[in-house]
Design a protein around this ligand. Structure first.
Ligand code: ADP
Ligand code: MG
Length: 697
């Protein structure tokens, strides 16, 4: 039987690439972790940045302290094992000369294979940072290199000029990837263009094959930018088309309209005990308008910590109740659920005597759970507030009209979906988040939702004094904590999760907790919470109850907890946090009338770190800080790891707000003319793929 060998195509595995040394199984596995399995995947993943070494110069013209590229001939080359320094296994040294009669010393550490590729007499291009030594010629450590034909006049293809930087995982290098990409580039012409031709034309975008070639091997920075713009456009286009399709699909699902009743909102406001802020009023109005429609509301309430999102949700609950519909509110922790219970009751039960609010969390006695389940199923209670238990314990409703999720990013798509599935039709849906998200980003990642922003805090809050404290002045910080506690207040001391594993962060907090208790505050009552701690809810409860004076914690408990008596937030290792996160932490204090303090301690508050922390000192508006965070660290950081299903390139692209609105227009235009995308099968396939990847609810 004849073996039929299938031709390699752009859809073949990367291991089919015609290379002198084909991609090994291990390397292929590493690539897979980057989401790259086929040749097409490899081609479509452009470098995220470039190192620039400039064009080749003569060795004699190299400048110490600067990067440079030179072409020359290897003189001596040798490898040795260092006597000391156990982490260095080999040192390879070579000399390079060119016709400028100067020489350059090249050094590689732990790369003994270099000696196999470069021999005396090899013509080579090298690029790297040039260093001066006390004596002898200039030196490059660990330079990039490319062997050149000894007789050819040609310059190097890869080395020098621009060197790509690819996203990597352990075991891969940008240089390896660049070599594979080079072998893959001939297949670029087989890539099909997802973007319709008229879109390409209108926005002066490169065809895909050109973009891929130019993006991986640009002549200039402008080339690269042009290629990148095209790739970002495509990604955002796919996402926005997916969002637009979801919006259209949702619009076909029936929901029970909740009519607007003026007397309900009047009574609600009269019973609150405070006036709603303008921002709260706007958000409430947005939600009422949505709920009156026969399609389900799908709205994100984006408001800073303490901006009063609960009152907005409560107004919606009241309106639903007046229409004989029930509501459910899900919070990520038991403490939060209990605090919600208190607030919703305070906002609603006196004003609307027949509006009963119940709590469902997992550690209630079985009889109590049964009672609450009954109350929900019979329609006797108007609102059930709870945790995941709401999903897990099979709570059923008689007539669910509104589902609210607090700190919605803490829940997975599935959990949110399960909550929404508890209605007979589709309940109206309100998500709340205290992470201020700049508008462009919200549109890009929550494109299927409408967004209300609460950008105003209730009046009468004493501003929080924020201070960056130098390590040498840690004592002063402790003194402040002590002074506040002497006045009957409470304090938080927060430690970062330096490692990704909760364990090590928990340990840092635990170790510090003991030290603080023993050496710093032996006479005070300290408590400890971190993610792995079983009794964390209990500890939180005693902090809320005032039995614990100083709470030592990691950020696992950061969200939404309301302890009005706490007046100091001391953040250790503040440089490990993003600005938005620091702002969130700061929001834990200043909830009462007392003056509050946020102290930021960095281990090494120098240069850029200090500059970043100073921003938190001077900016109190969470949205402004989020913008700064985005500018400094990129949007991805703001959203948490990979939660958004967007590449870093696309995130970078969002810094140009016009781009997103152009993309949205195109996506909507396409769907208007071809709602099912039957005429655009490639777009349809891309959208399906995106929907699988993204946390679109
Ligand atoms: P968050 O948006 O962080 O969930 P909350 O809803 O918990 O904020 O509100 C924070 C505090 O502010 C609560 O104690 C609440 O009662 C109070 N509050 C909310 N709105 C107003 C307002 N308009 N005026 C005065 N206090 C308010
Ligand atoms: Mg809240």
């Amino acid at each position: 039987m004849a073996l039929r060998v299938l031709p390699t195509t752009v859809d073949s595995s990367v291991r089919a690439l015609p290379l002198k040394t084909p991609i090994s199984r291990a390397d292929a596995e590493s690539l897979e972790r980057l989401g790259i399995t086929t040749i097409a995947d490899l081609l479509l993943e452009l470098p995220f940045d470039w190192e620039s070494y400039g064009g080749p110069v003569r060795i004699a013209d190299l400048k110490p302290g600067q990067s440079g590229t030179v072409i020359g001939t290897i003189g001596k080359i040798s490898s040795r094992r260092p006597i000391r320094a156990s982490h260095i296994k080999s040192i390879t040294e070579a000399t390079l000369t060119d016709d400028s009669d100067a020489s350059l010393r090249l050094v590689w550490f732990n790369q003994s294979f270099v000696q196999k590729q470069l021999q005396a007499g090899t013509r080579v291009a090298v690029a790297g940072l040039v260093k001066e030594r006390r004596y002898g010629p200039l030196q490059m450590s660990g330079p990039h290199y490319e062997v050149l034909d000894s007789d050819a006049e040609d310059g190097p293809k890869r080395v020098g000029g621009l060197m790509p930087k690819y996203h990597l995982v352990r075991g891969l290098t940008s240089k390896k990837i660049a070599r594979w990409v080079e072998a893959a580039l001939p297949y670029a012409d087989q890539l099909e263009d997802v973007l319709p031709a008229d879109v390409l034309h209108r926005h002066h975008l490169l065809p895909i094959a050109v973009a891929v070639r130019q993006g991986h091997q640009p002549e200039t920075n402008a080339d690269y930018r042009e290629a990148k713009r095209r790739m970002v456009f495509e990604e955002l286009f796919e996402l926005q088309t997916a969002f637009a399709m979801m919006r259209a699909r949702q619009a076909t699902e029936p929901a029970t309209p909740i009519p607007y009743r003026q007397q309900v909102i009047d009574a609600f406001k009269a019973g609150l005990g405070f006036d709603l802020t303008n921002a709260q009023r706007r958000a409430t109005w947005d939600a009422f308008q949505d709920m009156q429609r026969a399609v389900p509301m799908n709205r994100l309430l984006n408001g800073d910590v303490g901006s009063g999102k609960t009152a907005v949700a409560a107004a919606c609950v009241a309106m639903a109740h007046a229409a004989s519909m029930q509501s459910v509110v899900m919070a990520p922790t038991e403490i939060l659920a209990r605090q919600h219970l208190g607030k919703f009751r305070a906002y609603l039960e006196t004003t609307f005597p027949d509006l009963k609010v119940e709590l469902l969390v997992s550690d209630l006695p079985a009889a109590e759970k049964r009672r609450v389940r009954m109350a929900a199923a019979s329609g006797h209670c108007a609102l059930v507030v709870g945790t995941h238990a709401l999903i897990e314990e099979d709570v059923e409703f008689n007539q669910l009209g509104l589902a609210v999720v607090d700190e919605q990013h803490r829940f997975g798509t599935r959990q949110r979906e399960q909550l929404r599935a508890k209605g007979s039709g589709r309940p109206h849906f309100l998500a709340m988040t205290a992470t201020p998200i700049p508008r462009t980003l919200a549109l890009a990642v929550y494109g299927e939702m409408s967004v209300s922003v609460i950008d105003e805090l209730p009046p009468g809050r004493t501003p929080i004094v924020t201070q960056v404290v130098e390590p040498a002045r840690r004592r002063d910080a402790y003194d402040l904590v002590r002074r506040e506690i002497a006045q009957g207040r409470q304090a938080f001391v927060i430690y970062p999760l330096i490692d990704e594993s909760e364990k090590s962060g928990g340990k840092a907090a635990a170790v510090e907790f003991e030290r603080l208790q023993r050496d710093v505050f032996p006479d005070l009552k300290l408590g400890l919470v971190h993610g792995r701690l079983k009794e964390k809810d209990e500890v939180m409860r005693s902090f809320v109850a005032g039995e614990i004076q100083v709470l030592v914690a990691t950020t696992v408990v950061e969200v939404g907890v309301d302890v009005p008596n706490a007046s100091v937030m001391m953040v250790e290792g503040a440089d490990h946090f993003g600005l938005a996160q620091l702002h969130q932490l700061r929001g834990r204090v200043g909830r009462g009338a007392a003056k509050s303090y946020c102290l930021l301690l960095a281990d090494d508050p120098l240069g850029p770190v200090l500059e970043r922390l100073r921003l938190v000192e001077s900016i109190t508006d969470g949205f402004k800080l989020a913008e700064e965070d985005m500018r400094l660290r990129g949007m991805g950081e703001l959203m948490g790891p990979r939660q958004h299903g967007m590449s870093d390139l696309a995130m970078q692209g969002l810094r140009e707000p016009e781009l997103l609105s152009e993309v949205r227009q195109e996506a909507e235009g396409l769907l208007a003319s071809d709602p099912d995308l039957t005429g655009h099968p490639l777009v349809a396939a891309a959208v399906t793929r995106r929907l699988g990847l993204t946390s679109i609810s």
